[in-house]
Write a new protein. Structure first.
Length: 83
């Protein structure tokens, strides 16, 4: 599924950009890292792999396309492509 992962708050700087748009092979799941693949920041022919810490909480938002995802140190907004 096409997603945008936006960092809302965190205690670390492991994610080099505030927002990453790419493809997730699975929806966020408590107890597992949320992962996605995106275009590399430095090489247009390479793939960027992004993985969060294990998810501790998931809160779907009213829109149905947005979900808050919490890890031990961070809070993210996951937006899936509509339609």
């Amino acid at each position: 599924m096409n997603v945008t992962l936006t960092k809302l708050s965190n205690n670390q700087n492991a994610l080099r950009t505030k927002e990453v748009t790419g493809v997730a092979l699975a929806a966020p799941e408590v107890g597992k890292p949320f992962t996605l693949y995106a275009q590399s920041l430095t090489d247009p022919d390479a793939v960027r792999y992004v993985s969060t810490s294990p998810v501790t909480r998931i809160e779907p938002l009213a829109s149905g396309y947005q979900t808050l995802v919490a890890t031990e140190n961070s809070l993210y907004l996951v937006e899936t492509e509509q339609g």
